[in-house]
Design a protein around this ligand. Structure first.
Ligand code: BEZ
Length: 201
């Protein structure tokens, strides 16, 4: 199911194309910044937790077999680390299309390592959007991520890239690292089973 939020985003939060603004990436935007930016810095936001709770029917899965990608869940006391990009607002046109499956622009306070802060944009998929999946048992989420595949590639690669990018940032994220470890160990036990089943010559 796809809720196309691209047009909605441009209507509900318009910017002049030549305006400059901060964009906070907490998912693929951390490691897949295929857009022009003026500068970027690691940053974090308070009271939000990254969760693999959004369905992906258009990037890391299909309508018949959706993958799971991240969104942010309001959680008092939580910190979510990511990457802040200083961009021209014209860049949002392409991002609105890339993140059109249920993500809405929201304004939020970003914090930088030097103690400064600034207002910036996030793309947020709330439980009101049609592609929202929410929490599920760990085994089910691992199986879904390990097997889903869409036009942007495999869901497992999305998880792996995100976990690596967060490690490189020195970020703490038990949710992401636990999922990545479980997908890895599922792969190891699968290859053990298939090597045990292959005939000896
Ligand atoms: C992000 O990296 O912040 C992001 C990527 C895709 C959709 C929403 C957010």
């Amino acid at each position: 199911m796809t809720l196309d939020t691209a047009q909605l985003n441009q209507q509900r939060m318009p910017f002049d194309d030549d305006a400059e603004l901060w964009l906070f990436g907490y998912g693929s935007l951390i490691w897949k910044a295929e857009f022009p930016y003026l500068e970027r810095h690691p940053a974090y936001i308070h009271h939000w937790a990254r969760r693999f709770w959004q369905g992906s029917h258009d990037h890391r899965g299909t309508p018949a077999s959706p993958g799971r990608v991240v969104t942010l869940i309001n959680e008092p006391g939580a910190t979510c680390q990511g990457m802040a990009y200083r961009i021209n607002a014209s860049t949002l046109h392409a991002l609105d299309i890339r993140e059109k499956n249920g993500y809405l622009r929201e304004l939020i306070t970003l914090h930088f390592a030097d103690g400064s802060h600034a207002e910036g944009l996030i793309y947020l998929a709330t439980e009101e959007n049609a592609a929202f999946l929410g929490a599920a048992p760990l085994d089910a989420v691992v199986e879904q991520i390990a097997t889903a595949y869409g036009p942007s590639g495999s869901n497992r690669d999305y998880l792996r890239h995100l976990a690596t990018a967060l490690e490189e940032l020195g970020a703490e994220d038990a949710h992401v690292f636990t999922l990545a470890a479980h997908v890895r160990s599922r792969d190891k036990s699968d290859s053990l089973i298939s090597s045990e089943q292959s005939p000896c010559h």
